[in-house]
Design a protein around this ligand. Sequence first.
Ligand SMILES: NC(=O)C1=CN([C@@H]2O[C@H](COP(=O)(O)OP(=O)(O)OC[C@H]3O[C@@H](n4cnc5c(N)ncnc54)[C@H](OP(=O)(O)O)[C@@H]3O)[C@@H](O)[C@H]2O)C=CC1
Ligand SMILES: O=C(O)C1=N[C@H](C(=O)O)C[C@H](O)C1
Length: 273
Amino acid sequence: MTDTPFKICVAGVSGRLGRSIAHEVIRRLDTVLTGALVSADSVHRGADAGEIAGTGFLGLEAVVSLETACEGADMVIDASLPDFTAAMAGRLAARGGPGLVTGVTGLSSEQQKAVETAARMIPVLQASNFSLGVAVMERLLADAARLLPASEFDLEIVETHHRRKTDAPSGTALMLGRAAARARGEALEDRAVYARPRTGGARKSGEIGFSAVRGGGVTGEHEARFLAAFEEITLTHRAFDRYIFARGAVEAALWLKDRPAGLYSMQDLLGAA
Ligand SMILES: NC(=O)C1=CN([C@@H]2O[C@H](COP(=O)(O)OP(=O)(O)OC[C@H]3O[C@@H](n4cnc5c(N)ncnc54)[C@H](OP(=O)(O)O)[C@@H]3O)[C@@H](O)[C@H]2O)C=CC1
Ligand SMILES: O=C(O)C1=N[C@H](C(=O)O)C[C@H](O)C1
């Protein structure tokens, strides 16, 4: 006898990431797409979720009601946009579930607080990047930041994304910066430099600099450069296809199943070294 497939609702199903996740949920044998959520203004409202995901007719309509979309679902995977993420997290917490895996970036501090508050009631896994490679890069970066003196090795994080991305720097770049600052025993906000004015003077010791490049169809590239006077160490991750995010999101949802309320990350999924 086979196990019952894990029931997943995808929020933001018509977006670039949402379609890719829905495609993966439909393709796998251990998961089933039971809900597809779109915005009230969506041109995809009422469309078939399988058609949206590119897997062919599924017989599941994309809806605007969260109640309808998550009926019977074991987990919601969120690929929408920050305002909806914050609102949805609160509504899921109020109704006691299902749990939430969210990959949405660019949240304001208030929106982030809403996600953290919801995580007191339901399990929430929040990840700026669902790829396994980036989770490993985060660990390597923390090690490098701990081992290399900040006074000698200047850290610059450079990211490149497609022309349609709306937030900058990317959630992943910020997450990497936070990991490095934490490893140095500091808070990112005390060290981050997000833009360099034309006549801003020399770089200060210990800064963590960010540069965001936008253009074309780049799926996502992150580079962490430790630049010293006579040497450089660079960690680079390049996403070749959104499939890596979709696969990671579904793995995260399966991992989150039956966990108690709390805020989890890809580092929890990766486990102890
Ligand atoms: N964690 C990770 O690994 C990754 C994270 N991301 C992040 O995911 C987010 C989405 O990125 P991307 O897919 O490129 O963006 P898109 O703009 O392509 O997709 C977002 C979609 O959300 C939908 N949406 C907006 N409001 C609502 C709402 N109220 N309810 C339901 N759906 C809504 C919109 O579609 P419609 O109006 O049709 O509903 C829109 O198409 C970004 O924050 C991005 O940074 C992206 C890639 C990987
Ligand atoms: O918007 C995107 O496309 C991506 N966003 C995420 C981020 O902001 O870090 C992850 C990935 O790099 C793609």
